[in-house]
Design a protein around this ligand. Sequence first.
Ligand code: BJW
Ligand code: ZN
Length: 248
Amino acid sequence: MQPSSELLKLLRERVATVVLTGAGISAESGIATFRGGTGSLWDKFRPEELASADGFLANPKLVWEWYQWRRRLINEAGPNPGHLTLAEMEKELPNFTLITQNVDNLHQRAGSKEVIELHGNIHRNKCQRCAAPFPDIDFEPEHLPQCPCGGSIRPDVVWFGEMLPEAALNLATQRSAKARLFFSIGTSAVVYPAADLPLIAKRCGAYLVEINPEETMLTPFADEVFSAPSGSALPEIWRHVRSGIHAS
Ligand code: BJW
Ligand code: ZN
């Protein structure tokens, strides 16, 4: 898992660096990924029932129970060395951007200060109709929370067929286009528009690094691939950068 001399050089020169994370970075915290065999969420549950506005309107109780279950698992989990390394990188690299598709808040709990959340945050709620935020609501299966406007309150995450938060997507796109180094970490790179970001960066001249134990749609486009869990690959790359060890 030796980083190339090119990668070490870019990190030591502190070039504009953008990181896109997906569910795989939280796998070593015990949070299930969406895709990828037995135990993954979409292996056991149906996305159209649980992660779409139509599914929510058809059966809000089912959707709420699923999200409350996931909130509990996330609250019991903690950041792993992958999250912690990215928080350290943010402190040391002056031009560093962290973009995540994750809704689990583990980057923030690891100490990352600026996190661009593309798919919302599971700990927040909003009105399905008027989008008003509802930070503190008590969920009871028999009394589903309602907004004064009459709309149903739901988790503030982005479901299939919904637009991503405009400001977050614009900033993520701008930073990706300006990146000289781009890491795609723990994402299957199949969900758009997030999956476009590494390709935008590459097209604009960035050196593209992928960290993922499995091959993805992005692998053929990557300049460097670490086929390893991010909880070990990221600390190892960062250790090389910090210790001044030169690649062979
Ligand atoms: C490890 C590891 C370890 C394991 N270390 N790695 C263009 C073309 C085709 C379709 C579309 C398109 N544009 C839009 C669409 C439709 C759709 C889409 O992309 N569908 C595709 C599936 C085909 N996109 C949308 O609907 C988006 N909205 C949109 O585009 O609006 C405009 C529009 C609407 C309608 C039509 C056209 C335009 C919204 C997408 C919302 C995604 N929502 C979810 C749920 C969030 C809420 C929740 O959590 O409940 O977001 S779905 C789910 O997928 C979640 C994730 O953020 C997202 C991405 O998944 P991710 O993070 O990549 O995880 P996995 O599980 O897929 O992969 C994990 C990876 O980790 C694997 O590769 C493992 O190998 C790896 N791994 N252990 C490192 N230790
Ligand atoms: Zn409302």
